[in-house]
Design a protein around this ligand. Structure first.
Ligand code: F6R
Length: 239
């Protein structure tokens, strides 16, 4: 695990954005693993900017998003699919036919198997982007007694609900999601994780300096051959 500390989220967005642009310029049909949330937004801004400048084309990439809420239509403005359309897909030439999402409204077992198979058929993920929850989650793999393996349906924890309810305003947010498992994430050839802000400091410490334990799911990245962690100064303050 390599740790890079930069001054702020904008700088991280530019550095991680460059990693994605270089990946796609070197291998135009790359398989990209994507995340939602606030952390990747500056990265997506950079990718959109480079696309607009004619410095990269995403038309041949295949994408897989990490997770999606259950019991929420795909077209809902708070679905992770809508988030990706707004923040990246509609701002680049990404081919929506090559975009893969878990269907959070489908029958759990068949859908999770379908998603795992689709990743495998695409040749596996070349470059996976991650954020981290204040409780150390990656994807929606919440702190648990053991590391999860494959895509599965998860009951969200109170801390995740407290972090994400703000996006739903007065409407209660979904209590369940489907997510790639830790095992699915660890199969990616390269992983880049972004953590910014003081609220991530404890989780960042546990991920980087703590023991590898499912009580901090992100700590598993210590075992990955090519994981790079980008922290801003606030998120790195306990290291
Ligand atoms: C999003 C996801 C989550 C977020 C994490 C951090 O697809 O899987 O693990 O990456 O909750 O969210 P932000 O970036 O909003 O702090």
């Amino acid at each position: 695990m390599k740790v890079i500390v930069l001054d702020n989220a904008a700088q991280i967005g530019e550095e991680v954005g460059k990693i994605f642009v270089n990946q796609v310029n070197n291998k135009p049909d790359s398989v990209l693993g994507l995340a939602t949330g606030m952390s990747p937004v500056p990265t997506y801004d950079y990718m959109a900017k480079e696309y607009a400048a004619g410095n990269v084309s995403f038309k041949n990439v295949t994408t897989f998003n990490l997770d999606e809420y259950c019991d929420l239509p795909k077209s809902d403005k708070n679905s992770f699919y809508s988030f990706m359309v707004d923040n990246l897909f509609s701002r680049t030439d990404i081919d929506l036919d090559k975009v893969n999402f878990i269907d959070g409204n489908a029958e759990e077992k068949a859908e999770c198997e379908r998603y795992e198979k689709a990743i495998e058929t695409a040749g596996g993920i070349d470059l996976q982007l991650l954020g981290i929850g204040t409780n150390g989650h990656i994807g929606f793999n919440e702190p648990a007694d053991e590391f999860t393996q494959h895509t599965y349906k998860v009951k969200l924890t109170d801390s995740t609900i407290a972090s994400n309810q703000k996006f739903f305003g007065d409407v209660p947010m979904p209590r369940y999601a489907m997510t790639m498992g830790i095992g699915s994430i660890m199969k990616a050839k390269k992983i880049v994780l972004i953590a910014t802000g003081e609220s991530k400091a404890k989780a960042a410490y546990a991920m980087v300096k703590g023991e590898v334990s499912p009580s901090c799911p992100a700590s598993v990245l210590q075992n990955h051959e090519d994981a790079v962690i980008f922290l801003d100064k606030e998120a790195a303050k306990l290291l």
